[in-house]
Design a protein around this ligand. Sequence first.
Ligand code: FAD
Length: 414
Amino acid sequence: SQSYKLVVAGGGTAGLSVSNCFSRILGKGNVALIEPKNVNFRYFSIIMFQTRFALQVHYYQPLWTFVGGGIKDVKESERPIRNFIPPHCEWIQNSVKEFLPDENAVKLSDNSTINYEYLVVAIGIEMDLDRIKGLKEALNTEGVCSNYMVDTVTKTWKCIQNFKEGNAIFTFPNTPIKCAGAPQKIMYLADDYFRKTNKRDKANIIYNSSLGVIFGAPKYAQSLNEIVKKRNITVNYKHNLIEIKPQTKEAIFEKLETGEKVPFKYDMIHVTPPQKPPAVLKPLADSAGFVNVDKETLQHTKYSNIFSLGDCSNLPTSKTAAAVAAESGVLVENLNAFMNKSPMKRKYTGYTSCPLITSYNTCILAEFDYNLQPLETFPIDQGKERTSMYYMTKDAIPFIYWNLLTRCLYYGVD
Ligand code: FAD
């Protein structure tokens, strides 16, 4: 079997950033990145000849809110992953089937094993569509969409455009999810679009959330509560989507406090699917299934040569790419110190950020820590809807992501 000083499992936002950093630190032959093929077929034609070629891509998922809102093309969210894998890093185009932490090894889907001295786990979070009865089939029917998957995100914009009248429902599931703001951002875009196209009078916009508050951090929750009131959006808390019946265009919600099941008619419904940690994490996981790490150092609580970050970790913060930026800075410094038998000095504060898009030209840029206290970058009140923050999120942050974060030239705020 092959052996590396450092193996990074998962080449998403977190894995790309960390493998870029360590390839620079450790040099050629020492770092391997395990990331399965993510094949996307492209057609390329020259006059009469058309060839199909496979392109392996990385997705910048935060852009999917803009894709669902008709502001950006889905192609702008993808780039060839090859461009982000450093030349000094070995790309193993496979997926981890089993973590064997007692043997310092991982088993791949072809049953080969890779040994490591140090391991970073960054395999993200999975969609759990089966938890909602009928959802998979319903996503192929009229009026049902989701920004959370690349295959369904372009349909969101069609649903918003095709909507004529009736109930437009937006959901938040009863599980941990990535980007806790995304379920409502698309709702504000729909509301704005309906107003611009004179359909708002005929629309009931309903936000059915499993949570008991509109947003975790109180400062931004206060602003959002004012916005839903001002925009005449109905909010039902502790309402969890359990079934979709496309034949009758009904969505069944369970009231979490009483167990009562209530049907809602929909003309369009944007579903945020329930999500779950990949089952393969089990040997490294806490009782909820996420990799069990120290919340300040990012080191595994049992296996000291394993670190984790991003959506698959149990860091008790909101799962975002912005959090990954801060986490990767802490992880790289601490793991490097640990490799050199020095004390680990960096402490992660829980920094995370969520650009809450509230219309086609405004955004509340929420930034906060483990205690849900604001940790804002700009010397202005970021709790207010601002046009500057909208353009920052639409144009500047994607630039930072593609050019700096994924290449390990930016560590965010912490
Ligand atoms: P990912 O980037 O998802 O990467 C995980 C990688 O692991 C994937 O490449 C996958 O192929 C690989 N993998 C999976 N299983 C295995 C295996 N067994 N073996 C090897 N590799 C494996 N964040 C923000 O900061 N701001 C936003 O505005 C924002 N909006 C969002 C809107 C939407 C609709 C969505 C879906 C997400 C949004 N996010 C936002 C969240 C952000 O995209 C994620 O938090 C971030 O990408 C997490 O990075 P990660 O590396 O942990 O996981």
